[in-house]
Write a protein that binds this ligand. Structure first.
Ligand SMILES: [Mg+2]
Length: 178
């Protein structure tokens, strides 16, 4: 096993990634987001409990990268059987959806990774983010896009696991899929 410090980081989004929107409308107003990020949100029943174990077995150091911030540890982690995880320091999420611009998390995640191999699982990744990471991150990175209606699914974990094993200990080495 590679040195723990050289395990890839795995940045985890919640909304549309672990918590699918399904038939629910994606929240758009501040009030709707408050209701969504609430322990009483009935959509939380759509979390797949087995995903906690699959995530834990990936050989990555898990880190929340979500607008839930510390609330992910309060609400989401217990439902998935995950321990308290570190929370990536992120800027405030934009009030309005922004198309055609770098995602609001991208720069912060590259700074947090600081050259260490990382996977970022998120439903809002675009080619702009991939290009920016490729230009600014010194190590391998996998930006893994998830369909927000269904969220991450079991077959995705095989892809993440293969990548994590391939790039463990690969700080400073470039990956073709960065
Ligand atoms: Mg999301």
């Amino acid at each position: 096993m590679p040195d723990r410090a050289e395990r890839p980081l795995l940045f985890l989004d919640v909304d549309g990634t672990l918590l699918p929107y399904g038939a629910a409308q994606r929240p758009s107003t501040a009030q709707e987001w408050d209701d969504w990020q609430n322990p009483a949100n009935p959509q939380l029943a759509q979390l797949v409990l087995g995903h906690g174990q699959l995530l834990s077995e990936l050989g990555c150091d898990l880190m929340w990268a979500t607008a839930w911030m510390q609330d992910a540890n309060e609400v989401i982690a217990p439902l998935l059987g995950l321990p308290e995880l570190p929370v990536a320091c992120l800027p405030d999420a934009p009030q309005q959806d922004e198309a055609g611009v770098l995602h609001w998390k991208t720069q912060a995640l590259v700074e947090t990774a600081a050259g260490r191999p990382f996977i970022w699982v998120d439903d809002e990744i675009t080619e702009l983010d991939r290009a920016w990471v490729s230009a600014h991150h010194r190590g391998p990175a996998l930006l893994y896009h998830v369909d927000s209606r269904t969220g991450v699914a079991e077959p995705d974990f095989a892809v993440l696991d293969e990548w994590a094993q391939r790039y463990a200990g690969a700080r400073g080495r470039r990956s073709p899929d960065a």
